[in-house]
Design a protein around this ligand. Structure first.
Ligand code: CA
Length: 531
């Protein structure tokens, strides 16, 4: 009888006290730049055999992988602005990389602070100006550099020696171990520069993959024959636009004598080399010089040259990915070491997808699948089903709302996305049937014209309105590589009409009042600024 009473008393006590699992969860948001889902093992893309991401794959095994995760504007700064604000580009005001972000606006970190979260951000902000809404922060100026980068702290700018991915991870680990207040939930954003152009790996990764052949994408030699004209008049081809010196480092030295014809190139690789220590430079040359010599000897031309450029590009890109993957491992190990792993939601994402030779390209911007997709892998111990995969249409527009709901904060009515919490719980709620996309940066680097569009679970309709008046329609089920443009075919007229109606409804719903008037002058009249 006495032991029964004690048991009842213990039960009553356990019900009265908040259980450990009822504590508000911490949020660790690990975010990289230009990491395409098909360069993550868990996404089963054509690069899977290289297996560049064992740590992200472990996160996927512990949590949920979103297979239909998309950005709303495929470029660095704007994607981050959408995440901060929970609003489309036309509403948060950061429509292209030339804009400045208004930090005074409503953003989710400020709302988390109001409900008692400590917040921190380290790495690439790309939103210009001093971050608001963060108790501690250190950000890269603009794009930042890979080697020995400068970082801006609240009290000023200073150089930190090391590879950028490690420098940013070190800052985050230091905050978790030494600056975080225990007993108060946190939200930390760890935002890597890698694997952004110019793809410069850490010295320990310089010879990774050097003895293997990276598989080529099926569309490496795509000639965009069935696309509307914009796809044939861009400037992001491995063949014609990827620079052998600046992008692929052939013969690049700190005192590189740049030919006048290449002044338009992104010269950040050269700037990085100029900052390297002797030890870093020695490692760099030991890795690349023998390969440069072999390249010169081979005198490659045509498709063979494209293939060589692809191999060097893809290897460097994947080496940068490897550094990010190691960062994911280190950050998760730190959570475990500190006993925080059971109550921390860990998310891995990147600001958009990327072309890794797909369609013969590098870079992003287009609404085609490779750059529209974003990785989104989330582990919420006790909530997400281990190894689960989700097919709902999600966007970066949804992250702010998700973080707020995880923290138990109110989601403001003017945010435009949907909290992913029901999906993370494995529920099947009434959900959006289509996503909206709008890209604005034109004329600009890579010359991808402005376009907007709609993607449903099966179809995609895109409109290029400042480069003639061009439409594209794809059936992603039958044509996942988007090689057959169905727009204008009589048998698809009904489908086109329905999608156009849905697209207009989305523009109305999201209040997209940006200038989308058609400017049907020919593409030849379009020039870059300053030319
Ligand atoms: Ca990016």
């Amino acid at each position: 009888m006495k032991s029964r009473l004690i048991a009842l008393f213990a039960l009553a006590l356990s019900l009265a006290l908040p259980a450990e699992s009822a504590k508000r969860p911490n949020i660790l948001f690990i975010f990289s730049d230009d990491h395409a889902p098909h360069a993550i093992g868990a996404y089963n893309g054509w690069l899977k055999s290289v297996n560049p991401t064992p740590e992200i794959d472990k996160l996927a095994k512990d949590g949920m992988t979103f297979e239909k995760s998309f950005c709303s504007n495929s470029i660095c700064g704007p994607s981050r602005a959408v995440i901060m604000s929970g609003k489309h580009s036309h509403k948060n005001g950061f429509m292209n990389n030339g804009n400045s972000f208004d930090w005074n606006q409503q953003i989710f970190p400020k709302l988390l602070q109001k409900v008692g979260y400590q917040t921190a951000i380290y790495g690439k902000s790309h939103l210009k100006g001093k971050p608001q809404g963060f108790g501690d922060w250190a950000v890269l100026p603009g794009q930042g550099l890979y080697y020995n980068p400068d970082m801006i702290f609240a009290d000023g700018k200073r150089r930190i020696d090391g590879h950028c991915t490690d420098v940013v991870t070190d800052l985050a680990v230091d905050w978790l171990k030494n600056k975080r207040k225990s007993g108060q939930p946190f939200m930390m954003m760890v935002q890597h520069k890698a694997p952004h152009r110019n793809w410069m790996p850490a010295t320990r990764h310089l010879t990774l993959y050097h003895d293997i052949k990276i598989p080529e994408p099926a569309t490496l030699f795509d000639r965009w024959e069935d696309n509307a004209p914009p796809a044939r008049h861009q400037e992001l081809e491995i063949d014609r636009h990827m620079d052998i010196n600046y992008d692929l480092f052939v013969d690049l030295t700190p005192d590189f004598n740049q030919p006048a014809s290449q002044k338009r190139q992104d010269r950040s690789a050269w700037r990085n080399l100029k900052r390297m220590t002797k030890e870093q430079l020695d490692a760099w040359y030991a890795a690349y010089k023998p390969k440069d010599a072999a390249f010169h000897k081979a005198k490659l031309k045509g498709k063979d040259l494209v293939r060589w450029k692809f191999q060097r590009y893809a290897k460097n890109y994947l080496r940068c990915v490897k550094g990010v993957d190691e960062s994911v491992g280190r950050l998760r190990a730190t959570l475990t070491e500190l006993g925080l792993d059971d109550n921390t939601v860990v998310i891995y994402s990147s600001d958009q997808g990327f072309y890794i030779g797909d369609h013969g390209w590098y870079d992003k911007r287009w609404m085609y699948e490779e750059s529209l997709l974003m990785p989104f892998v989330a582990s919420w111990p006790g909530v997400t089903k281990p190894g689960s995969r989700n097919q709902h249409l999600i966007q970066n527009l949804d992250y702010a709302e998700t973080f707020l709901e995880i923290a138990g904060a109110k989601i403001p009515g003017d945010m435009q996305g949907l909290s992913l919490v029901p999906l993370l719980k494995g529920e099947n709620p009434d959900w959006r049937k289509a996503i909206y996309y709008h890209y604005y940066e034109y004329p600009s680097v890579h010359m991808v014209p402005r376009h907007y569009g709609i993607r449903t679970s099966r179809y995609k309709l895109m409109h290029f309105y400042q480069f003639g008046n061009e439409w594209e329609l794809y059936d992603l089920k039958k044509d996942p590589d988007e090689l057959t443009n169905l727009y204008g075919q009589t048998k698809h007229a009904k489908l086109t009409k329905r999608l156009k109606k849905q697209l207009t409804a989305l523009q109305k719903r999201y209040g997209d009042d940006s200038d989308i008037s058609e400017k049907p002058e020919s593409w030849q009249k379009q020039v870059r600024p300053g030319e």
